[in-house]
Design a protein around this ligand. Structure first.
Ligand code: FES
Length: 113
């Protein structure tokens, strides 16, 4: 079994509607000895980089759905999806909704198809 490194490495999708041609991934590293939920991880990234946009004020119980994001290529609830120290995780906006900025989507505007 892989030894926990005390860090989680993140590749986070960045999208600024003012500069859509510059959309892409940005790398972050969050130090932690404990597993973190994706929601907690996003809050840590925002603490490192205030320009990183994500939703954090929600139910944290897997009930409201406002934490929906895409984790390692799969749509998931960020508040109940855990990431272990030593892992590398890719975070993207949920695939079913229009992206507003970074990982924030507009739940009133489902994507076509
Ligand atoms: S915060 Fe409500 S479902 Fe995740």
């Amino acid at each position: 079994m892989e030894q926990a490194s005390g860090k989680i490495h993140i590749k986070a999708y960045r999208f600024d509607p003012a500069n859509p041609d510059q959309a892409g991934f940005q790398s972050y590293t969050v130090p932690t000895a404990e597993p973190l939920s994706v929601m907690a991880l996003m809050a840590e990234i925002h603490a490192l980089d205030e320009t990183f946009a994500c939703r954090t004020s929600t139910c944290f119980k897997g009930q409201c759905g406002s934490c929906l994001v895409r984790v390692n290529g799969r749509d998931a609830l960020g508040c109940v999806t855990m990431v272990q120290p030593g892992e590398t995780v890719t975070l993207e906006p949920h695939s079913k909704y229009r992206v507003v900025r970074d990982l924030v989507v507009d739940f009133s505007q489902p994507q076509e198809g």
